[in-house]
Design a protein around this ligand. Structure first.
Ligand code: PMP
Ligand code: GLU
Length: 398
């Protein structure tokens, strides 16, 4: 029966993050004591004032289909936010609200990529960039960023990856999975290259904008000549702890916004009315909960960094945003605990799940098989125990 499926689904990679999350859920139901560091999901609850706005939206009758690109009021709020936080000026027609930033990215890629077009993606990258590109029959061109360079690419590497078929460049800063944040100077270095190749569109995924430990967020869209060719993607999942509400958006050149609206009009229509009203409150309301969450992540980052440094054989960068570590564990490849030989990141992730009872995601899903990813969006107490367990399990590998 499998043969009857379309080729696109047979070749589609399953989301490694969601796959691991499902496995952990299953093991936990069986009573296993697992510390779950799998998903990039805030452990905090959505701030109360946002929840209240959603309750009010239901009572006020915001229960009908919404405009495909989102309520005008929400789009106005997003325009104001982009002005206030990013000094970027958009019209409401340039904003398309979607069912999460993931859908925003899918809309953009499916709207821009023809079969055979090249999409340049610095690795390590977030899992869905490559999968969605493959779905659009585009060709992923990876640029390997190394831990020595804080997992950031250089202008030289970028230029070498460009060919006449290059159509789109996708990156996130702050980065999932590495926590790396490009400074404005580093972005300017990349932009110098992009200026020579005006046909390449930049998809700038800024969903971790508010989880930044080095100061002001820099958007590539704000650099000279970039506005006309950048699609800025952002959302509510991370900064406002709203993963379940499914709300993301793009701010884009009008022709791309129109294409994404057309695409979305055939897939999902406008996203949930109640979530949109909650999103409006998130953007206009008190930002203190967002700042408090960021401060908590910062403290956890320091805690985990200090513990990781103490584990022999593990190499890490110092993440400056988001809430992930992406340590290099390749020094253990070829070693064994007497039962399992660790050959790659997937083996390591499964070994840690079985032996340490700590769940991580293997780095190969993010385009770097030397590493594993774990999220530190969980309590300090759990993080402390998780690092102790990982240290003990790794010490058994000879
Ligand atoms: N981009 C990145 C880099 C992410 O980590 C995530 C996390 N899910 C998303 C996009 C999608 O976010 P959402 O669909 O929840 O808005
Ligand atoms: N972005 C999150 C992660 O990387 C959520 C999972 C997903 O949407 O793939 O873990």
């Amino acid at each position: 029966m499998l043969d009857m499926l379309a080729e696109r689904i047979a070749t589609l990679e399953e989301s490694a993050t969601l796959q691991m999350a499902a496995l952990v859920r299953e093991l936990k139901t069986k009573g296993e004591d697992i510390i779950d560091l799998t998903l990039g999901e805030p452990d905090f609850d959505t701030p109360q004032h946002i929840k209240e706005a959603a309750k009010m939206a239901i009572d006020m009758g915001f229960t009908k289909y919404t405009p495909v690109a989102g309520y005008l009021d929400l789009r106005k709020t997003i325009v104001e936010k982009l002005n206030r936080d990013n000094q970027l000026s958009y019209s409401t027609e340039q904003i398309v609200v979607s069912t999460g930033a993931k859908q925003s990215i899918a809309n953009v890629v499916l709207s821009l990529i023809n079969p055979g077009d090249e999409v340049i993606i610095p690795a390590p990258y977030w899992v869905s960039y490559s999968a969605i590109t493959h779905l659009a029959e585009g060709k992923v061109v990876e640029i390997a960023a190394t831990i020595e360079h804080d997992f950031k690419i250089t202008p030289d590497q970028l230029e070498k990856a460009i060919t006449p078929k290059s159509r789109l460049f996708i990156f996130s800063s702050p980065c999932n999975p590495t926590g790396a944040v490009y400074t404005i100077e580093e972005l300017e270095g990349l932009v110098k290259v992009f200026r020579k190749y005006p046909d390449i569109i930049i998809l700038s995924d800024e969903i971790y904008e508010y989880i930044n430990f080095i100061g002001k967020h820099a958007s590539i869209a704000s650099l000279a000549d970039m506005y006309e060719r950048t699609v800025l993607v952002n959302g509510f999942s991370k900064g406002f702890a709203m993963t379940g509400w499914r709300l993301g958006y793009i701010a884009a050149p009008l022709w791309i916004a129109k294409a994404c609206t057309k695409m979305q009009g055939q897939f999902t229509s406008g996203t949930c009315s109640i979530s949109q009203k909650a999103g409006e409150m998130a953007m206009t309301g008190d930002m203190q909960p967002t700042k408090d969450m960021c401060a908590a992540y910062h403290k956890r980052r320091d805690l985990v960094f200090n513990l990781l440094k103490e584990i022999p054989g593990v190499q890490t960068n110092l993440p400056t945003g988001a809430f992930y570590f992406f340590p290099n564990i390749s020094s253990f490849f070829g070693k064994t605990d007497g039962h399992t030989i660790i050959k790659n990141s997937s083996d390591m992730s499964m070994y840690l799940l079985g032996d340490a009872k700590v769940s991580t995601v293997s780095g190969d899903a993010f385009g770097d098989d030397h590493c594993i990813r774990f999220s530190y969006a969980t309590s300090e107490e759990k993080l402390q125990i998780a690092m102790e367990r990982i240290k003990l399990s790794l010490s058994k590998l000879k």
